[in-house]
Design a protein around this ligand. Structure first.
Ligand code: PMP
Length: 422
C-alpha cells in the first residue's frame, strides 16, 4: 500500500505525493533540467522585494527607484556571472528560447548559421533562410570540431554564426565549446552558446571560452519562471530592429517618427519582469559564490546513481545513453519493453519521484541516441540532478527501477484526460 501526503503548496492543484514506505519520505524531484526549484535565498530576497516592486525607468517614486536600481544592477551581476567582456550587453528576455529568437532577428543580412541537428529546439529552430546549415552531429568530439570547420569553410562570404549548446539536456554531455569556438574564429564566425543547461552546473567564462553570446533561463538556475538573458556583443543588437515595438524601447516618438534606444532597452519594450530579473540575479550571485560545492555535490550523486544503475542485477534492458566522462548530472535511458511515459508515471505515482519522459525538445538527438543505444522508439526517461537532490533520492530511484523491472510492465494503467493513474 502506498500512503500519500498532501503537500500544502500544491494542494490547490489537487495533487498528492506518494510515500514509498509510509515513512517520512517526501517528493524526490529528479527533474532539475526542466526547471530547478527556487533557492531559499532567492525566495527570501523576492519576499523582501515584493512590497516594493514597480515599473522600472518610469517614475521618481521610491518603489520605482528601488526597482530600477535592482533591475539595472542585475545586468552587471549577469555579466560577472558568465565572465563577459565589459563591453558586452545584457538584454533581459523571458528565457533561452526568447534570447535565441532575439538574436536570430538581430543577425545582419545574409548571415550564415551553422548548428548541429541534435540541438535543443530553442537553439535549432529560430534560424531561418537559405544560409542555415544544420549539420549531422558526429559521434566523437573530435569529429564534431572538424564538422564545424568543414561547414564554415563551405559558407559564403559574409557574417557567420555557430550555435552550440554547452551541456546537453538529454545526456548531460559537456560539449567542446572552446575547441569549436577556436575553429569558428579561424573562419571569422561568431559563437552563440546555449547555456540553459550549462549555467546551473558549471562556471562559465565567456572570455576563456571565447564565445560571443550566451543565452540562459532563470527557471533552470533556481529562480522562478519568467526571466532569462542574452549576454554578448552589442553591435548586431544595436543595429537590429527592436524585438518588440512599444514603450521603454524608445528615446523619442513624434506623430510620424520614432527614435529607438540603442542600449539593451531597445529590445525590452513593455513593462519588464522586474521581480523575475531580480530573482535571476540573486540566484546567479548565490551560485557564483558556491561553485565548488555545487559541482562536488552533483558529481558525488551522479557517480552514486551510475553505480546504482549498473549494479541492478540482470538489467540488460536498461539502455543508458552514452556520454563522455565530462558531463553534468543529467542522464537519459530507455528500458526495453517499458513505455517511457508509463515508467515515469509509475515512478511518480508509487515512489514519489519526478522525472521527465519524452523527447526533451530535442527530437533528433533523442531518436538518434535511442538507436545508438540499440533500442527503438522516439522517447526516453530523463533523470536530472541538482541542488535539491539527495543520496536518498538517488537510492530511491535505483530501488524503484529495480522493483519495477523485476515486476514487469504487467499491470494496466489507464490514461484518462491525458494523465496516468493506477
Ligand atoms: N536549451 C537547452 C539545452 C534546454 O535544455 C532548454 C530547456 N529545456 C532550452 C534551451 C530552452 O529553455 P527555455 O525553455 O527556458 O527557453
Amino acid at each position: 500500500t502506498v500512503a500519500t501526503q498532501e503537500i500544502p503548496t500544491v494542494a490547490g492543484a489537487g495533487l498528492r505525493v506518494p510515500l514509498v514506505t509510509g515513512g517520512d519520505i517526501g517528493y524526490a524531484n529528479l527533474d532539475h533540467a526542466a526547471s530547478a526549484p527556487c533557492l531559499d535565498k532567492v525566495r527570501a530576497a523576492v519576499d523582501e522585494f515584493l512590497p516594493w516592486y514597480a515599473s522600472v525607468h518610469r517614475g521618481a517614486g521610491f518603489a520605482s527607484q528601488v526597482s530600477t536600481k535592482l533591475y539595472e544592477r542585475t545586468r552587471g551581476i549577469l555579466r560577472n556571472f558568465v565572465d563577459a567582456r565589459s563591453t558586452d550587453t545584457v538584454v533581459f528576455t523571458r528565457n533561452t528560447t526568447d534570447s535565441f529568437n532575439l538574436l536570430a532577428r538581430s543577425l545582419p543580412k545574409h548571415t550564415s548559421v551553422v548548428v548541429f541537428d541534435t540541438e535543443h529546439h530553442a537553439a535549432l529552430l529560430p534560424w531561418k533562410g537559405p544560409n542555415v546549415r544544420r549539420i549531422e552531429t558526429p559521434r566523437t568530439r573530435l569529429a564534431a570540431v572538424s564538422a564545424v570547420d568543414e561547414a564554415l569553410a563551405d559558407c559564403p562570404q559574409g557574417p557567420r554564426l555557430v550555435v552550440l549548446t554547452g551541456a546537453s539536456n538529454v545526456t548531460g554531455e559537456l560539449l567542446p565549446v572552446k575547441e569549436i569556438a577556436a575553429v569558428a574564429r579561424r573562419h571569422g564566425a561568431r559563437i552563440a552558446l546555449d547555456a540553459a543547461q550549462l549555467a546551473p552546473h558549471r562556471k562559465i567564462s565567456v572570455r576563456e571560452l571565447d564565445v560571443d553570446y550566451v543565452a540562459l533561463s532563470g527557471h533552470k538556475l533556481y529562480a522562478p519562471f519568467g526571466a532569462g538573458a542574452l549576454i554578448g556583443r552589442a553591435d548586431w543588437l544595436r543595429a537590429a530592429q527592436p524585438y518588440l515595438a512599444g514603450g521603454g524601447a524608445t528615446k523619442l516618438v513624434s506623430r510620424d517618427s520614432v527614435v529607438w534606444n540603442s542600449g539593451p532597452e531597445r529590445h525590452e519594450a513593455g513593462s519588464p519582469n522586474t521581480v523575475g530579473v531580480y530573482a535571476l540575479g540573486v540566484a546567479c550571485e548565490t551560485l557564483a559564490a558556491n561553485w565548488d560545492g555545487v559541482v562536488a555535490h552533483e558529481e558525488e550523486l551522479l557517480a552514486r546513481l551510475r553505480r546504482g544503475l549498473a549494479a541492478i542485477p540482470g538489467f540488460a534492458e536498461l539502455r543508458l545513453f552514452d556520454a563522455p566522462v565530462d558531463r553534468v548530472g543529467t542522464l537519459s535511458f530507455v528500458v526495453d519493453g517499458f513505455d517511457p511515459g508509463w515508467l515515469a508515471a509509475v515512478l511518480s505515482a508509487e515512489y514519489g519521484i519526478g522525472v521527465r519522459d519524452g523527447a526533451f525538445c530535442a527530437h533528433v538527438a533523442t531518436k538518434r541516441l535511442i538507436a545508438v543505444a540499440g533500442s527503438t522508439g522516439q522517447q526516453a526517461v530523463r533523470v536530472s540532478l541538482g541542488l535539491g537532490s539527495t543520496t536518498e533520492h538517488v537510492d530511491r530511484i535505483v530501488l524503484a527501477l529495480r522493483q519495477i523491472v523485476a515486476r514487469g510492465a504487467r499491470w494496466q494503467y489507464e490514461k484518462p484526460e491525458g494523465r496516468w493513474v493506477p
